[in-house]
Design a binder for this molecule. Structure first.
Ligand code: PLP
Length: 421
């Protein structure tokens, strides 16, 4: 790619290739590289420590333990071009957003992260950065509905071609590759069928063909799966889901390891402008701190829900990568810490029964989205995946999807039992 980048980002001066982003900026101070004196080296710290501390040093002016929400658009300059800490205008960078970006880079093991107004804004920025008209993409044959719509209704009009492929089948992916394939787009686990793709194998396949591997890590979250370490080039998040975790904010993020790619994405983030606002960035950062403990409880509860569904006569199949009989179980066990909080199942009574179950739950709230502390239930065919009806990505009508929350498990099991009847 041949972009000339004229802007450098705040606090990035002196950044070495691949250095962790969180070391680079202390808000309100001149940028310094490296860990703070007397502080432990966060590079060697665990996931929860990074989620709580990376990019979130106490405010240097007041000592406020939680860094403030910088509700500001522009920054006083000390003489023309004399930027304090590199901040100039909040589309280009805002300290609260920088905090979130540094934290996301740390928890995904990347060098650079960029926070967007939504997951789809982040995806759009990826495609417009790495693809041009005439290029080709391979997408999952059960991609998130909004992702499919972005490819089929938006980017195809601008000349980006795509083919859906079953990503669990490496031969099928290899067969879908063309000379123009620029990106292999991966979701694992997929939504709503919980299919598993082998990130390491797909990265190799993509790289052998000169393509980049993009992984939408929304369903797993960085706590359960870290695609960059497995060979992915770009990680995409809808931080609306597990990272935010409280169903109170829409957001998206990208994370990369390669500094040059990070710079190109940052150029497009600023040039296109769909940035995360400071309030949204702050809420997302607040959610991220508890991601590890929340995910463990999501997984605990999902495992119990799976047991209940497996034993229920009305349930014909349970889709959960933690089950030994799940076709992707071995790969999931290799690349995930645990198997997540999303569970889908099919029912004997077909679409009518599936819709009825969604209508009957009391604690599981009938709603789209996922990944919050509260349990949600939905009918993908008529709700989240209505936009893929009639396409190769259509989902079965007898399918119900659960986002298992972190409520008391006995209450969740009782609710499902009464709803199943
Ligand atoms: C929700 C979601 C998105 C889109 O994110 P928004 O924040 O809603 O724009 C992308 N991918 C997956 C897997 C999602 O669940």
């Amino acid at each position: 790619m041949t972009l000339s980048l004229t802007e450098s980002r705040p606090g990035r001066d002196g950044a070495s290739e691949g250095a962790p982003a969180w070391t680079l900026t202390l808000r309100g101070e001149s940028p310094r590289a490296g860990p703070r004196p007397g502080n432990v080296d966060l590079m060697s710290e665990g996931f929860e420590t990074l989620a709580i501390h990376a990019g979130q040093e106490p405010d240097p002016h007041t000592g406020a333990v939680v860094p403030p929400i910088y509700a500001v658009s522009t920054y006083k300059q000390d003489g023309v071009g004399g930027l304090r800490a590199g901040y100039e205008y909040s589309r280009s960078a805002n300290p609260t957003r920088t905090g979130l970006e540094e934290a996301m880079a740390a928890v995904e093991g990347g060098s650079r992260s960029l926070a967007f107004a939504s997951g789809l804004a982040a995806e759009d920025a990826v495609l417009r950065t790495i693809c041009k008209p005439g290029d080709h993409a391979i997408i999952p044959n059960d991609a998130y509905g909004g992702t499919y719509r972005l490819f089929s209704k938006v980017h195809e009009r601008w000349g980006l071609r795509y083919d859906p492929a079953p990503l669990g089948n490496l031969r099928a992916v290899a067969a879908a590759m063309t000379q123009k394939t620029r990106v292999v787009w991966v979701e694992t686990p997929t939504n709503p069928l919980l299919g598993i793709a082998d990130i390491t194998a797909l990265a190799e396949l993509a790289h052998d063909n000169g393509a980049l591997l993009v992984v939408d890590n929304t369903f797993a979250s960085p706590y359960l799966q870290q695609p960059l370490a497995l060979g992915a080039d770009i990680v995409v998040h809808s931080t609306t889901k597990y990272v935010g975790g409280h169903s109170d904010v829409i957001g998206g993020a990208l994370v990369v390891r390669d500094a040059g790619l990070g710079e190109e994405l940052a150029f497009h983030q600023n040039a296109m402008g769909a940035v995360a606002g400071p309030f949204d960035a702050w809420l997302t950062l607040r959610g991220l701190k508890t991601l590890g403990v929340r995910m463990d409880r999501h997984c605990d509860n999902a495992e119990r829900v799976v047991d209940l569904l497996l034993a229920h006569p009305k349930v014909t199949s349970v889709l959960y990568p933690g089950l030994a009989e799940h076709p992707g179980h071995e790969v999931a066990a290799k690349q995930m810490r645990r198997f997540g909080g999303m569970v889908s199942f099919r029912v004997a009574g077909g679409e009518a029964e599936a819709v009825e179950i969604c209508n009957r739950t009391r604690l599981f709230t009938l709603a789209e989205s996922l990944g919050g502390v509260e349990s949600l239930i939905e009918h993908p065919g008529r709700m989240t995946h209505a936009s893929v009806a009639g396409s190769p990505l259509e989902v079965p009508g007898d399918l119900v999807r659960l986002s298992v929350g972190i409520e008391t498990i006995d209450d969740l099991l009782a609710d499902l039992t009464q709803a199943l009847g």
